[in-house]
Design a protein. Sequence first.
Length: 177
Amino acid sequence: MTRQPWGLMAEFASADALLAAARQVHEAGFERAEAYAPFHVDGLAEALGFVRNRVPAFTFLGGLLGGAGGFFLQWYSAVVDYPVNIGGRPLDSWPMFVPVTFEMAVLGAAFAAFLAMLAANGLPRLRHPLFAVPEFDLAMRNRFFLCLRTDDPAFEMQRARELLQGLHPMRCVEVPA
């Protein structure tokens, strides 16, 4: 019994070739295609159909919760838990709570952004099927790769192989599962 591969991967020599291939693959209906390049390729995410992620929303929510938590902690300790009347000021004088509230909002936003980024990228991932392909180490140097995953709803082995071969890659290999 042979195991189904994780995907099919094509290797391209230039960023322009990768970008054109990504557009054609997305137009062909592949939703989970992945591209790998040694540097940022402008427009590649859009060519693959990536629109938005939720990291900014989680960052805002983390900042809001951090700021509210910092404010509540100060308010509770100054008004409810240990009220001290100093110089006739009101116990809940909010201007003195602003610096810590701001710092806690920034800290909460930073933690939320970091955790959301890790979750959105599926990290930490110590093993990835692409690491088993010997040619893939060139993705960090001078080659560009486009991978069609077998868990994509549009994936059918023969159709995917013909599509990738029609893009004129340097080579096309199966990625073992």
